[in-house]
Design a protein around this ligand. Sequence first.
Ligand SMILES: Cc1cc2nc3c(=O)[nH]c(=O)nc-3n(C[C@H](O)[C@H](O)[C@H](O)COP(=O)(O)O)c2cc1C
Length: 219
Amino acid sequence: MDLGNLRQNYKKTALNIKNTAENPIEQFKKWFQEALDADMSAEANAMVLSTVGKNNRPSARVVLLKSIDDGFVFYSNYESRKGENLEINQYASLTFFWAELERQVRIEGKVEKISEEESNHYFKSRPIESQMGAIASPQSRILNTRDELERHFDSIKKNYEETNFIERPKNWGGYRLIPDYAEFWQGRESRLHDRISYLLKEDGEERYAPLWEIVRLAP
Ligand SMILES: Cc1cc2nc3c(=O)[nH]c(=O)nc-3n(C[C@H](O)[C@H](O)[C@H](O)COP(=O)(O)O)c2cc1C
């Protein structure tokens, strides 16, 4: 399959240091709102989470962004492959691609588990079937049959119907990536795309008011 002629010309808009926010979280919120407002074919909050595990091996998968505060929060199984990777190496990156807006966002930083209270709160807010699914699935483990998974789900459901009690399993919860680097990419004509990046300057005095160095990168 030769895909050499498959190409798009991007001409929607431009990105300058002058029209970007002073910190990447504010810039992200602005673009994210625009992604929500746009008629997107895919979920705007879907992002590729890249981690590095044993033997420096990278691995990547899509997860959903669930909140933005001083970091980017997502939820998963702590014993999954990503969970194991994050135990070994706290650094990770997030990649968003909003095709309709001809935009990519890259976020990098350290990942920490969120508090048990925050995880409990979010777990309870999910539809009951999703709560049961999170309990039923030993994420990233080998299943001999799908039936095994469904039987496990059914027994959890039956138990819930009898007891009306369900609790977040300890191996499921949230992570927060605290950014120290971010890059906003806007497609432009002739492959002369705009790339504006933010690098956190490590400066003790700036701890409570992070200082971001904002530069333009060659496409
Ligand atoms: C659109 C989409 C959203 C997803 N959201 C999540 C999510 O929020 N959390 C999660 O653990 N897995 C999510 N997944 C599944 C992951 O991509 C992946 O299969 C799973 O987390 C196991 O990854 P791992 O074995 O690398 O840990 C999503 C997949 C897709 C395609």
